[in-house]
Design a protein around this ligand. Structure first.
Ligand SMILES: *Cc1c(COP(=O)(O)O)cnc(C)c1O
Length: 376
């Protein structure tokens, strides 16, 4: 590489801001020794629930488990249809299959990259046609932008579907002033390090306003535990957030709001510098994105990525292959008109460096290189 490489996500810059507090938090865990289900876990859950505007936050081992736990909690299984986008991270499609249910793929909108309500209606018809019982819809807040919750919830009500929002990327975002985490029946998120709110390992959480469901989820995450440690009242799994990660997350949550503001400013600067040169991302009316990714669309993506890399600008492709084209996810129902927008986006999208500590000078260098590349 000829020039020094810009960071795609700069976790070190963030760590410098919170390092002392994190050190102190980790030291407290070492001192009390409650590594699993220590006090940090409950303290973090309570702070997280109030941040999200949800009654209950249930932490777990990762964002994939969060989806799996919710489906177990709702008793979803064989013969049930779970509506998911195909243009997403693999976990969204994985969760229904893990409980023996059938993923039914839904196309996305060309402006938001999120689940298309019209396509959802067609997918519901396809599921019924295939003899499945429509049970759950799982919209994804792709790249940080909230899904079209009002329309999806309306369709869900009319069809008796449970809404499970996969906000692994969108946590921190809001729609019409209401935070992600308080819209759906359940909202899940991930604390994988690269997510907008990440820890230093794996972690995840589920939000719900339903006290009974929250109690069931807390039981499922510890082997279906009943009132006593060795009393198991239902099938469960082992999926807990550990105390060290909770200690890290407590400090990260303190600076999260300021980081979201910084991400939004950076996205606006990208938009101003790149509009007219490439297809820039659109945010739907009333939405605040957590900007998990800043994703543009270009033609001849491979050449574009290679040229930028040679100039020290890293890029990443989320996602080059839609789920329905990959072996474990092939052959499941889809809308009668297929998934044309998904297929088109998967061949054009490319994401640019995005994190709250991207300084103006570095960002100007990125913008300049992109303009040079597309106008050459
Ligand atoms: C990251 C991600 C997940 C899974 O999170 P993990 O913590 O890595 O298991 C699920 N859904 C989406 C959309 C994601 O981006």
């Amino acid at each position: 590489m000829s020039k020094d490489m810009i960071a795609f996500i700069d976790l070190k810059a963030q760590q410098a801001v919170i390092r002392e507090k994190v050190d102190a938090g980790l030291a407290r865990v070492l001192d009390h020794g409650a590594y699993v289900m220590g006090p940090e876990v409950f303290e973090f859950e309570s702070r997280l629930a109030s941040f999200a505007g949800a009654q209950h936050a249930i932490s777990c081992a990762n964002g994939t488990d969060a989806l799996h736990l919710v489906l177990m909690c709702e008793g979803v299984g064989p013969g049930d249809a779970v509506f998911v986008p195909s243009f997403t991270f693999v976990a969204t499609g994985e969760a229904p299959l893990l409980v023996g249910a059938t993923p039914v793929f839904v196309d996305v909108c060309e402006d938001s990259y999120n689940m298309d309500p019209q396509s959802l209606l067609l997918a519901i018809a396809s599921a019924k046609e295939a003899g499945l019982k429509p049970r759950v819809v799982m919209p994804v807040d792709l790249f940080g932008q909230p899904a079209n919750y009002p329309e999806i919830i309306e369709i869900a009500k009319a069809n008796e579907l449970v809404v499970v929002a996969d906000a692994a990327q969108g946590f921190g975002g809001s729609l019409h002033g209401r935070r992600v985490g308080s819209w759906a029946d359940y909202t899940t998120t991930s604390f994988f390090p690269a997510k907008p709110l990440g820890c230093y390992g794996d972690g995840g959480a589920i939000f719900t306003d339903d006290a009974d469901k929250a109690a069931i989820l807390k039981s499922i995450r510890i082997h279906g535990q009943g009132s006593d440690k060795y009393d198991n009242v239902r099938l469960g799994v082992n999926s807990r957030l550990d105390s060290f990660q909770a200690a890290v997350l407590i400090e990260k949550l303190v600076i999260f709001e300021a980081e979201l503001e910084a991400r939004d400013q950076i996205a606006k600067r990208y938009n101003a510098g790149l509009a007219g040169h490439v297809v820039v991302p659109e945010v739907i009316d009333g939405a605040f994105s957590s900007w998990a990714q800043y994703t543009i669309r270009v033609k001849e993506r491979e050449h574009f990525a290679e040229s930028l890399k040679n100039e020290g600008v890293p890029t990443a492709i989320y996602y080059p292959r839609p789920l329905h084209t990959q072996a474990p996810y092939q052959g499941y129902p889809a809308p009668t008109n297929g998934l044309p927008v998904t297929e088109k986006l998967a061949s054009e999208v490319i994401s640019l460096p995005m994190h709250p500590y991207l300084d103006q000078k570095t960002q100007s260098r990125i913008i300049e290189q992109i303009r040079k590349e597309v106008n050459s």
